[in-house]
Design a protein around this ligand. Structure first.
Ligand SMILES: C[S@@+](CC[C@H](N)C(=O)[O-])C[C@H]1O[C@@H](n2cnc3c(N)ncnc32)[C@H](O)[C@@H]1O
Length: 240
């Protein structure tokens, strides 16, 4: 079984190794953020079984178990299986869960890294996550839970003090609470901030401002998921 990172947006951010794995596959399991809809543009899909696991009719948790089961069943049936994901499989992509399920079933799994949205989507809007003389760090953080949520594993106060770039993925819904908690922890409301929706696609939308205005800016521009936002001096480089 091969886990392939498909990159964000247009399919040509896929690596050559990932492309080769897809060309050799008998079965490809896709989901909504990978380059699934464009698959036929770069792979001869004739004779391959394509399973869109984003459409599995189950709740979230069960669906992941079902995906693991499908990967293992097909691989044990002697078929070359590729699991195509958006971005990089190991960046908030549940890649490790799928690899562990394969390991547990005695199925060999290899991982083909992908171009992660955390770096490439800001880049698509002109934002370098690092810049010499400006910062010495960047942090990628999931914003799927708001600060203070009992299940949150993020120390937002510590993040406010890193002095580096903060890249938030899966954080559209919680942007107001996240921005407020960073300001409360001492990060200046005047810190540049920018959001990028549908990066690396023809629909790409960029909005720039400051940490203090980010939630309002995103709301006004109608920014919705999938989107990444960047907080830090480098966000001032954003280009629409
Ligand atoms: C479940 S995470 C998967 C991340 C993926 N593994 C990666 O490395 O890019 C999904 C989040 O990635 C971000 N994302 C993925 N593709 C994107 C795109 N084309 N434009 C903007 N954000 C994107 C969004 O924050 C989205 O909510």
């Amino acid at each position: 079984m091969t886990l392939v990172g498909g990159g964000p947006g247009e399919w040509d951010l896929l690596t050559i190794r990932g492309l080769r794995a897809l060309q050799a596959a008998d079965v490809i399991l896709t989901d909504h953020l990978g380059p699934a809809e464009q698959l036929a543009e770069f792979v001869d899909v004739g004779g391959k079984e394509i399973i869109d696991v984003a459409k599995l009719p189950y709740g979230k948790q069960v669906a992941q178990e079902r995906i693991n089961q499908l990967l293992v069943e097909h691989a044990l049936g002697g078929r070359k299986v590729v699991r195509l994901k958006g971005g990089d499989p190991y960046v908030f992509g549940r890649g490790y869960e799928e690899l562990a399920a394969c390991d547990a079933a005695g199925v060999t799994c290899t991982v083909v890294p992908g171009v992660t949205s955390a770096i490439s989507v800001p880049a698509a809007a002109g934002i370098p996550v690092t810049e010499r003389g400006v910062n010495h760090a960047f942090t990628v953080v999931s914003g799927h839970l708001p600060p203070g949520h009992p299940k949150s594993l993020v120390d937002w106060g510590a993040l406010a003090r890193t002095g580096g770039t903060i890249v938030v993925v899966m954080g559209v819904r919680n942007v107001r609470a996240i921005a407020q908690s960073l300001v409360d922890a001492g990060l200046a409301a005047s810190t540049p901030a920018a959001a990028v929706q549908d990066g690396e696609t023809a629909r790409q939308k960029v909005v720039g401002g400051t940490l203090g205005s980010l939630a309002d800016d995103m709301e006004r521009a109608g920014i919705s998921s999938p989107a990444v936002y960047v907080i830090g001096e480098v966000a001032a480089r954003a280009r629409a």
